[in-house]
Design a protein around this ligand. Structure first.
Ligand code: ZN
Length: 177
């Protein structure tokens, strides 16, 4: 994420350093920079060394990335929306070793789909649950987990115009040889 400033520039977006996050609307004072700090350092109540909790790490990354596509490369949308689709629609229990496999599958897929863009929902229309909403509204680990799940599901639904695209990817991924 260290090059998010460069990626924003490449995407023609000026990053605002004050006020709410310009992408998700999180109630920050230092905009996207603070939103990213929460993304990187927040949610400490969850013990991510416990393998049972890895799924929440994936949901956090997917939800945050899809709320902030302007600071990522365009194919990240395919990756993160496909992963959420596999988790929510096909009940895949995601693990760390599946991520490179999905990346490999997408690398082959995109060779023939160079014109395929998953255009994001408008900024500030990517779900009401945001980084600050979560850290302000939980008092224990299970509440934190529950909010993260709600967050990821809400963002996933905001991208519903592309669910048919990622369904093709998900089926191809699940049926790969
Ligand atoms: Zn944000």
């Amino acid at each position: 994420m260290q090059n998010y400033v460069d990626l924003a520039e490449k995407n023609g977006v000026t990053l605002l350093s004050n006020g709410k996050c310009q992408f998700c609307g999180a109630n920050t004072k230092r905009g996207i920079h603070e939103c990213l700090e929460i993304f990187n350092l927040g949610f400490q109540e969850i013990d991510f060394s416990n393998i049972e909790n890895h799924c929440y790490r994936f949901l956090i990354v997917d939800a945050h990335t899809l709320q902030h596509p302007e600071i990522h490369g365009r194919w990240n949308n395919h990756f993160h929306l496909s992963r959420l689709h596999l988790v929510f629609n096909y009940n895949v229990k995601w693990t760390y070793d599946l991520s490179p496999k999905l990346s490999d599958y997408l690398n082959k897929y995109k060779v023939h789909k160079q014109d395929e863009y998953l255009n994001p929902p408008n900024a500030l229309e990517r779900g009401d649950i945001t980084t600050t909403h979560i850290i302000e509204n939980y008092s224990n680990e299970s509440e934190c987990k529950s909010l993260i799940k709600d967050w990821a599901l809400e963002v996933y639904n905001k991208w519903n115009t592309h669910h048919h695209v990622v369904d093709v990817i998900a089926k191809g991924f699940l049926n790969r040889k």
